[in-house]
Write a protein that binds this ligand. Structure first.
Ligand SMILES: Nc1nc2c(c(=O)[nH]1)N[C@H]1C(S)=C(S)[C@@H](COP(=O)(O)OP(=O)(O)OC[C@H]3O[C@@H](n4cnc5c(=O)[nH]c(N)nc54)[C@H](O)[C@@H]3O)O[C@H]1N2
Ligand SMILES: Nc1nc2c(c(=O)[nH]1)N[C@H]1C(S)=C(S)[C@@H](COP(=O)(O)OP(=O)(O)OC[C@H]3O[C@@H](n4cnc5c(=O)[nH]c(N)nc54)[C@H](O)[C@@H]3O)O[C@H]1N2
Ligand code: SF4
Ligand SMILES: [Mo]
Length: 829
C-alpha cells in the first residue's frame, strides 16, 4: 500500500536498455473497498491527460468506485499516476452534477426538460441561419470528448450548418504540435513511440514538466535513468522542475532560458550541429529540403549571443548540443513551455530540424514526441471539429474537399473551404462583436482557461451572442450561458480516443449518467435531427446513432489518409491493449513508429497543408509548394528570434508565466472533487525566485498582489525554484471551489494576453509582464505542493502527502504486441 500523493511516481522497476519495461499494476478503490467487493471491471483508458493509460473501471452498486491499470496495455504496462488513481471517479458521484437542462429566464438559469432546452437552441439556430447564414454559428469544443463525438460535431458544423467557425480548446493546448508536424512533415501524426524510451541514449524535454503532467511516462523514463545503463536527460525549463533535477543527476544539462526566448536557444543548438559537423549530410540530401536556408538563418546565434538573449551559460548550450550531436539515439519531447510561449511553431519545428539534420527519426530509440496534453486532443484534430479538415485533409485542396463531400454525400460548396478555418481566439472575437450570434461550447471552461479572463466573461455574459454550454457541472462558463445541457462523462458513455503516440483505446460505458444527463453524442444527434440536416439524396445527413456506428463511419473517411483507422474496430479494441494507428491491411496490428522509410507525407496532392512562413504566418500557395517538389521529403524551416510581445519594463518589471501542478487538472472540475488531490493543492499561489522575493520583502506564504496591464490577482507566495526575474502561476483556480467559498480574484488568466502564434494560432499563456507587491504577512506556507517543481526554498514547510492509499503490485511482464523489445534483438534494429 502506498500514498501516491506523497510518492507521485511509486516504486522504481529499473531495467536494462532494450528490455521490456516491467509491468506494475496500480489500483485504487474508494472508501477502503477490497478488490473482491467490486461487482464489475469495465475496460477503458484514463482521461486525465494525453498519456492515455489503459485501465479498468471498478463498478459497485451501479457507481464507479475506482480504477486499475491494465498490465497488458502498451502505454502504461499497468501503472497509473496520482490524478488517474484518485481523480478518475469521485467527480462522477458528486452531488452537484448537472442532471437536468437549464435555460435562462428573466436573467436566471432555471431547470427545464430537454424539449424546452433543445427547442430554444434550435429556434435561435434556425433564425440565425435564415437571417445571417452559417457564419452566425460558432462551435468551441474540447480535447476531452470521444472521437465519435468530434466526428458527429465535425459533420454537423461542416456539412450541416456549414460554418468555418469551429475550434477546440485544443487551440490553447497543442495546436502547435499539429502545426509543427504539418510544417515539417506535411501532415499531423506523432512520429515517435514510447518504446524509444527503452532504447535511447539521451532524452531532451523542451518546456515539458513531464514529471508532473504525464506522470506515468515519467515513471517509464525514471525506470531507465535509475538503471545501470541510463540515458542522460536535457531539460529546457525556466523552473527547476523534477525533470531539471533528473537532468542534473544524470549528467545532462538543465537549460533555464529567460521565458519567451526558446527560439534563440533552438537556433543556437542548431548552429552548434552545423559548426561541429554533427550532420548526416547524405541523409539530409536524400530526405529533406531547405538545409542551406537553415544554415544561413542560424549563423548569427553564436553561443555567446544565445547566452545573452536567454540568460544562460554559453557552455551549457554547447554541452547540450554535444549531447544531441554525439548520442547515437535521441528522443525529444516538447510541450507547453514551447507551445504557449513566444514563437511557438518556429521553436517546435526547430526540434524537428535537429532530428532531421542527424537523420534521427523513424528509427528505434530516435523519436520525437510533440506532446498532446488533453486525452483526446488528437481525435479533435483527426475528425476536424477544430478547423482541420476531417482525416488530415487539406482544406485548401479542392480534391480533398470533394472526396469528403462524396463520403458525406453533400455538395462540396457546403463544406467551408474558401478561407482558412477560424481559430478559437478569432471565434471569441466574432462572438464579442456579435457576428457570431450562437456560440456552442462543449466540454471546456473558457471563463477560466482562456487568456484575459475579464474579456472572456464579458463576451460570454453579454447579450450580443447566445451561448450554449454542454458540461458535467455548472462551471464558471456555464453560469454565463443561455442554455446549459447536462452531459454524461467518462465511464457513463462509450467511445474511443487516441493518446499522444497514436494509440487508440476503447472506453466502455460502466454506469448510467445521473438524472437526465445525455452523452455528448446523443446531444449532438438530437440537435442534428431537430435541425433536419439532409444529404444530397434527402436522407438524414447523419444516418447512424450509436458510438460504434459512428466509429465505423469515421473509419471510412480515413482510408488512404495518413491517419488510417480502417483496420480498427470496437471488437479489436476490446483486446488486451490499445493499438497505434495507422492500422490497415499493411499493418493489421498497428504501427509503433512513423517514417521508418523516411518518406514523409509532403507530396503536394497528399499533404495536409502547403505550409507557412514561420516568422509571419504567411501561407505558402499550392503553386509554390508544387514548385519545391517536396515529394516525400521533410522540410527544414527556420525563423529569426524576435523579442516577446510584452517585455518587462519599469511598470511591470517581472516576466509572468503560467502552468500546472501534478495534483490538479485544468479548472479542477474533476480533481477539485477528489478529496486527496484537492487537499494536496487546495488554493492558488504564485512562485517567486529567492532573489526576487528578498528584493520585494516577501517571504514564504505572504499574500501578494500580482498585476499585469490586464488585471490583478491576490494569492499567496511560494518562494521557490523559478528562474530569477520570472513569476509562475498555476492556472487551475477559478472562482469555483469545492468548499463553496467565493474565490474571485485568484485566477491566473486575469493577467494573460490575447496574442497568439502566427502559424498555430495558439495563445501565449507563458509570456507577459507583471509586478508583484506584498499585501500582508501570511499565516503559514503557500498552499503549493512540496513534492515537485513548486517546492519551497524555505525550510520547515510541511511535506505534501496524506492521500488515500493505493495498491501497487509488480506482475510478470505480459506480451506487448507493439513492443520492439520483443520483436527485434536487444540493441534495436
Ligand atoms: N497534473 C496535470 N497534468 C496535466 C494537466 C494538468 O492540468 N495537470 N494538463 C494536461 C494538458 S491539457 C497539458 S497541455 C499538459 C501540459 O504539460 P506541460 O507542458 O508539462 O505543463 P505546463 O506546466 O503548462 O508547462 C511546462 C513547463 O513550461 C515551463 N515554461 C514556462 N514558460 C516557458 C518558456 O518560455 N520556455 C520554456 N522552455 N519553458 C517554459 C514551465 O516552467 C513549466 O514547468 O499537461 C497535461 N497533464
Ligand atoms: N494561463 C493558462 N491558461 C491555460 C493553460 C495554461 O497553461 N496557462 N493551458 C491551456 C490548456 S493546455 C488547456 S488544455 C486548457 C484547458 O482548459 P479547459 O478545457 O477549460 O479545462 P477543463 O477544466 O478540463 O474543462 C473541461 C470541461 O469539460 C467538462 N467535461 C469533462 N468531461 C466532459 C464530457 O464528457 N462531456 C462534456 N460535455 N463535458 C465534459 C468538465 O466538467 C470541464 O468543465 O486551458 C488552457 N489555459
Ligand atoms: S499519466 Fe495521464 S493518463 Fe496516465 S494515469 Fe496519469 S493522468 Fe491518467
Ligand atoms: Mo492542454
Amino acid at each position: 500500500m502506498s500514498d501516491r500523493i506523497a510518492d507521485i511516481w511509486g516504486a522504481r522497476t529499473p531495467h536494462g536498455r532494450g528490455t521490456v519495461w516491467p509491468a506494475r499494476v496500480d489500483l485504487h478503490l474508494a472508501d477502503g473497498l477490497g478488490e473482491w467487493e467490486v461487482d464489475r471491471w469495465v475496460q477503458s483508458a484514463c482521461l486525465l491527460c494525453s498519456n492515455g493509460c489503459g485501465c479498468d473501471i471498478a463498478v459497485k452498486d451501479g457507481r464507479m468506485v475506482g480504477v486499475r491499470g491494465r498490465a497488458t496495455d502498451v502505454v502504461n504496462h499497468g501503472r497509473m499516476g496520482p490524478k488517474g488513481l484518485y481523480g478518475s471517479t469521485p467527480w462522477a458521484r458528486s452531488a452537484d452534477r448537472l442532471t437536468r437542462p437549464l435555460v435562462r429566464d428573466n436573467g436566471r438559469l432555471v431547470e427545464t426538460d430537454w424539449d424546452t432546452a433543445m427547442g430554444r437552441v434550435v429556434e435561435v439556430s434556425r433564425r440565425l441561419l435564415a437571417e445571417k447564414g452559417p457564419l452566425s454559428h460558432g462551435f468551441y469544443t474540447s480535447g476531452q470528448l470521444f472521437l465519435e463525438e468530434y466526428y458527429a460535431l465535425a459533420m454537423i458544423g461542416k456539412a450541416g450548418v456549414g460554418t468555418p467557425h469551429m475550434d477546440g480548446n485544443t487551440r490553447l493546448c497543442t495546436a502547435t504540435a499539429a502545426a509543427a508536424f504539418k510544417e515539417s512533415f506535411g501532415a499531423d501524426g506523432q512520429p515517435g513511440s514510447y518504446t524509444d524510451i527503452e532504447y535511447c541514449d539521451a532524452i531532451f524535454l523542451y518546456g515539458h514538466n513531464m514529471a508532473e503532467t504525464q506522470t506515468v511516462l515519467w515513471m517509464r523514463i525514471l525506470d531507465r535513468t535509475r538503471s545501470a545503463d541510463p540515458p542522460v536527460i536535457v531539460c529546457v525549463d525556466p523552473r527547476r522542475t523534477p525533470v531539471a533535477q533528473e537532468a542534473e543527476r544524470t549528467g545532462g544539462v538543465h537549460l533555464a532560458p529567460r521565458v519567451g526566448t526558446n527560439l534563440a536557444l533552438m537556433n543556437g543548438l542548431t548552429r552548434e550541429l552545423f559548426v561541429n559537423g554533427w550532420i548526416d549530410e547524405a541523409w539530409v540530401q536524400a530526405h529533406t529540403l531547405g538545409v542551406d536556408d537553415l544554415r544561413t538563418s542560424v549563423e548569427r546565434y553564436h553561443p555567446d549571443e544565445v547566452g545573452r538573449i536567454c540568460g544562460i551559460d554559453p557552455d551549457d548550450l554547447r554541452r547540450a548540443a554535444r549531447i544531441f550531436g554525439e548520442s547515437e539515439r535521441v528522443l525529444s519531447t516538447v510541450l507547453q513551455g514551447f507551445y504557449q510561449s513566444h514563437q511557438a511553431t518556429a521553436a517546435a519545428v526547430a526540434v524537428h530540424n535537429l532530428h532531421l539534420l542527424r537523420g534521427l527519426i523513424g528509427q528505434v530509440g530516435s523519436g520525437i514526441l510533440q506532446m498532446n496534453g488533453q486525452p483526446t486532443a488528437q481525435n479533435n484534430r483527426e475528425c476536424g471539429a477544430d478547423g482541420d479538415l476531417t482525416g488530415f485533409r487539406n482544406w485548401d485542396n479542392e480534391q480533398h474537399v470533394r472526396e469528403l463531400a462524396d463520403l458525406w454525400n453533400v455538395d462540396p460548396l457546403t463544406i467551408p473551404h474558401w478561407a482558412p478555418p477560424t481559430n478559437a481566439m478569432q471565434i471569441f472575437g466574432y462572438a464579442e462583436e456579435g457576428s457570431i450570434g450562437l456560440l456552442w461550447i462543449s466540454a471546456t471552461n473558457p471563463a477560466v482557461s482562456m487568456p484575459e479572463s475579464a474579456r472572456i466573461r464579458r463576451i460570454l455574459g453579454g447579450d450580443q451572442c447566445f451561448v450554449v454550454v454542454q458540461d458535467l457541472f455548472l462551471t464558471e462558463t456555464a453560469q454565463l450561458a443561455d442554455v446549459v445541457l447536462p452531459a454524461a462523462g467518462w465511464g457513463e458513455k462509450s467511445g474511443t480516443f487516441t493518446n499522444v503516440n497514436r494509440t487508440v483505446h476503447l472506453s466502455e460505458k460502466a454506469v448510467d449518467p445521473p438524472g437526465e444527463a445525455k452523452s455528448d453524442l446523443d446531444i449532438l444527434l438530437l440537435y442534428a435531427a431537430a435541425m433536419d440536416f439532409r444529404d444530397l439524396d434527402g436522407a438524414p445527413l447523419i444516418g447512424w446513432s450509436t458510438p460504434e456506428e459512428a466509429f465505423d463511419a469515421w473509419r471510412e473517411t480515413t482510408r488512404g489518409r495518413p491517419v488510417d483507422y480502417t483496420g480498427l474496430s470496437y471488437a479489436k479494441l476490446r483486446g488486451p491493449t490499445g493499438i497505434p494507428w495507422p492500422v490497415n491491411d499493411g499493418a493489421p496490428e498497428g504501427t509503433d513508429r512513423l517514417y521508418a522509410d523516411a518518406v514523409f507525407p509532403t507530396a503536394t496532392d497528399y499533404c495536409e497543408t502547403y505550409g507557412h512562413d514561420l516568422l509571419t504566418g504567411a501561407a505558402v500557395t499550392e503553386q509554390e509548394h508544387r514548385a519545391m517538389r517536396p515529394d516525400g521529403r521533410a522540410f527544414l524551416k527556420a525563423a529569426a528570434y524576435t523579442p516577446a510581445h510584452e517585455e518587462p519594463g519599469d511598470d511591470y518589471p517581472l516576466l509572468y508565466t503560467t502552468g500546472r501542478t501534478v495534483y490538479q487538472f485544468h479548472t479542477r472540475t474533476k480533481t477539485g472533487r477528489s478529496r486527496s488531490l484537492n487537499r494536496a493543492a487546495p488554493d492558488a499561489w504564485v512562485e517567486l525566485s529567492v532573489p526576487d522575493a528578498e528584493r520585494l520583502g516577501i517571504t514564504e506564504g505572504d499574500v501578494v498582489r500580482v498585476e499585469s496591464p490586464r488585471g490583478a490577482i491576490e494569492v499567496r507566495a511560494r518562494v521557490g525554484h523559478v528562474m530569477a526575474g520570472a513569476v509562475f502561476a498555476p492556472f487551475h483556480y477559478g472562482s469555483w471551489d469545492p468548499t463553496g467559498a467565493n474565490c474571485d480574484g485568484r485566477q491566473a488568466n486575469e493577467l494573460t494576453m490575447t496574442v497568439w502564434d502566427p502559424v498555430s494560432k495558439q495563445p501565449y499563456f507563458k509570456t507577459a509582464a507583471c509586478r508583484v507587491v506584498k499585501v500582508r504577512d501570511g499565516d503559514g506556507p503557500a498552499p503549493a505542493p512540496t513534492t515537485a517543481a513548486s517546492a519551497s526554498a524555505s525550510p520547515g514547510v510541511p511535506a505534501t502527502g496524506g492521500g488515500a492509499a493505493t495498491v501497487s503490485r509488480v506482475v510478470d511482464t505480459p506480451v506487448y504486441p507493439n513492443d520492439p523489445a520483443q520483436t527485434v534483438p536487444a540493441g534495436g534494429a
